[in-house]
Design a protein around this ligand. Structure first.
Ligand code: NAG
Ligand code: NAG
Length: 303
């Protein structure tokens, strides 16, 4: 009886081992599949073989790379949540989030992992001496994102680069407008320059000046949210950067755009710059002065 059992067991043993090895190889392959690490997965629909007509068209669209510098503050997660709600609905979209921090913070890492937008999570710390009032902000963070694009994208990739600060509100239409950017495109921005909106003045389909409440002498009197750049222009101008030294507050956009384009070459979007599709809304700073006076909650809750 015992020997019958043993001989059956030895006949089955090799087969059991083969099955175990197959399962092991399979699961390793799953773990190693493309989106390992910090980058999120590409949208399922685009990856799947059984793509519909709509998906096939989508994969032909230039990718929109939105660069968002961000820093730790009470409203950070609320701001990023508002952005994600819009970005999630934009096809062929890649969010490059750059924290002003010595590390990737857990709050932002957790947020991005669950935001359902394909993303890259970077960080670079700006020293305190560069954070005084009147100094240009987020310079290092934007440059880190440009460096990432130059390192990870090539002449084969079609795309449009846009600087999506986290204190703005974005219409979905804005992304469809910017997607056709060949060089550098421009459009109006609401609630900037001390006015209801700023906009490029357009005549005969060309930008001829700027409608603004503040320093109209700026070569490019536009906000960070008022332009987009074709990815190939970023790659073809490897030294184009945001500048800290010599850049006056409010001149970052002009100092950057001067390096890659001319006013006469700008492509007006949003109906020849007559529609506002992005607003510098900002979120009111919450009044938390009394927070320390109150009894602490019994649980630690992320805000
Ligand atoms: C996809 O693209 C083709 C040609 O490029 C066009 O005829 C068709 O209408 C598009 N389909 C959708 C759903 O946009
Ligand atoms: C913009 O203006 C140009 C020149 O006047 C005109 O040809 C073009 O159709 C306009 N574009 C839009 C979207 O209104």
């Amino acid at each position: 009886m015992k020997s019958v059992f043993l001989s059956r067991f030895f006949i089955l043993l090799p087969w059991i081992l083969i099955v175990i090895i197959m399962i092991d190889i399979d699961s390793k392959r799953a773990i190693r599949s493309p989106a390992a690490g910090r980058h999120s997965r590409a949208p399922q629909a685009v990856r799947s073989g059984a793509s519909t007509q709509g998906n096939r068209n989508q994969s032909a669209l230039p990718m929109i790379y939105a660069i968002t510098p961000t820093y730790t503050r009470p409203v950070q997660k609320a701001e990023l949540t508002r952005l994600a709600h819009a970005f999630r609905q934009v096809p062929r979209f890649h969010w490059i989030v750059v924290e002003d921090s010595t590390v990737r913070t857990e709050l932002v890492a957790r947020f991005l992992a669950g935001c359902k937008v394909p993303f890259t999570h970077l960080h670079v710390f700006t020293h305190r001496r560069f954070k005084r009032a009147g100094m240009p902000r987020a310079t290092e963070q934007r440059n880190a994102a440009l460096a990432w694009l130059r390192h990870h994208r090539s002449r084969r990739d079609s795309g449009v680069v846009f600087f999506a600060d986290d204190d703005n509100t974005y219409s979905l239409e804005l992304f469809e407008e910017m997607r056709s950017t060949q060089g550098v495109s421009v459009w109006p921005v609401g609630f900037v320059g001390g006015r209801a909106y700023e906009r490029p003045l357009v005549s005969g389909g060309k930008v001829v000046g700027w409608y603004t409440g503040w320093r109209p002498d700026r070569p490019f009197a536009t906000d960070m949210a008022g332009f987009a750049v074709n990815l190939q222009v970023i790659l073809a101008n490897p030294r184009a950067q945001f500048k800290r030294g010599g850049s006056q507050p409010g001149m970052q956009e002009s100092d950057f755009l001067k390096q890659i384009t001319k006013v006469s070459e700008l492509e007006p979007k949003a109906n020849n710059c007559t529609r506002v599709l992005v607003w510098h809304t900002r979120t009111e700073k919450p009044h938390l002065a009394n927070e320390a006076k109150h009894r602490k909650d019994s649980v630690l809750i992320e805000v």
